[in-house]
Write a protein that binds this ligand. Structure first.
Ligand code: RIB
Length: 324
């Protein structure tokens, strides 16, 4: 049974994109093929850069042209300072990216194959100290946001609390269920205006493989039936499938020379949220987000690979002219 989709129509709700989520430092290595359990392989490059799904999505939203706030936690360490410096360089305020004593900044170990695929292990550290009380403290910010963006690298109790507060305040919620380990989707689905899993997360949420365009269509419809306003399943090079209202649509991705897909999903989510905050309809917000995410895969790293506003505008023009 589908819910009334009217709450996904942006209707020009004013305000910034508010992201509540993780901020990490990413330690990334590249290798020809990912190691199997018990195997040691040689890599050929390494990099330490800023990341975290929350921070990445906030940067993507801001570079897509909307005011953006980020609520996150770091340790009182050099990595925490690195995160705040990175955000400030992208024009984001860091007042709500608070350094906490006695805990390390979140860290992600990222392995990137030459094919561009990656796998990630996240040690949450300070992200685990973003607590339900902090969410209550941010109720005013949640109320004044055009859209609240969440992922699952903070405690699930804080995530549920944020969804509750946003629902009570009438603020649309976009959940990127990553990683979706332990998430009780049934508990929150009806309060989500947008749910944006990748194919792996959609498969985990639904308990069946999502490997093709057809699987993506079925998954988007099944997620929508849980009560979500708009379900968007991202499918890497295949683009994404979105279900909202009575529609299920495939949005192809532009062809680009992909070298690293790390953070591409976050680029999509942040840019899509910006589109919604700008009052765009879902289809237009999705088309823009696909261009933004595709461009991010042509460079190494997560947040550091994201286009700035000028590059994004140029890419949109090229894409409209058929230039990919
Ligand atoms: O989605 C990519 C992000 O996942 C990385 O930046 C890493 O920090 C992890 O949170």
């Amino acid at each position: 049974m589908f819910t009334d989709p009217t709450h996904i129509t942006p209707a020009g709700r004013p305000g910034p994109v508010l992201v509540i989520g993780s901020a990490n430092v990413d330690v990334a290595v590249t290798t020809a093929t990912l190691p199997r359990p018990g195997e040691t392989v040689f890599g050929d490059s390494s990099a330490i850069s800023v990341g975290g799904k929350g921070a990445n999505q906030a940067v993507a939203a801001s570079e897509s042209g909307v005011g953006t706030r980020l609520i996150a936690r770091t340790g009182e360490d050099a990595f925490g300072d690195m995160i705040r410096d990175g955000l400030a360089r992208r024009g984001l305020a860091t007042d709500d990216v608070v350094a906490l004593p006695g805990v390390a900044t979140g860290l992600a170990a990222i392995y990137v194959e030459h094919s561009g695929q990656n796998c990630i292990v996240v040690v949450p550290g300070a992200n685990g100290r973003l607590l339900p009380a902090d969410i209550d403290h941010a109720a005013g910010l949640i109320e004044s946001a055009a859209v609240l963006v969440l992922q699952c690298e903070i405690p699930l109790q804080s995530l549920y609390r944020a969804i509750e507060v946003a629902s009570a305040k009438g603020t649309p919620v976009l959940l990127n269920p990553a990683p979706c380990q332990g998430l009780d989707l049934a508990r929150v689905a009806a309060q989500l205006s947008y749910l944006v899993p990748n194919e792996t997360e959609a498969a985990q949420l639904l308990g069946r493989p999502v490997e093709s365009l057809d699987d993506g269509r079925t998954a988007a419809l099944q997620l929508r039936r849980l009560g979500v306003g708009c379900a968007i399943v991202t499918l890497g090079a295949l683009g994404c499938v979105a279900a909202w209202g009575a529609e299920v649509r495939h949005f192809p991705a532009p062809e680009v020379k992909t070298i690293d897909t790390t953070g591409a999903g976050d680029a999509f989510v942040g840019c899509f949220a910006a589109g919604i905050a700008q009052g765009r309809l879902p289809a237009e917000a999705i088309r823009r987000a696909i261009v933004y995410a595709a461009l991010s895969t042509t460079r190494r790293g997560a947040q550091v690979s994201y286009p700035d506003r000028a590059e994004f505008e140029a890419a949109l023009v090229a894409s409209a002219a058929g230039g990919g």
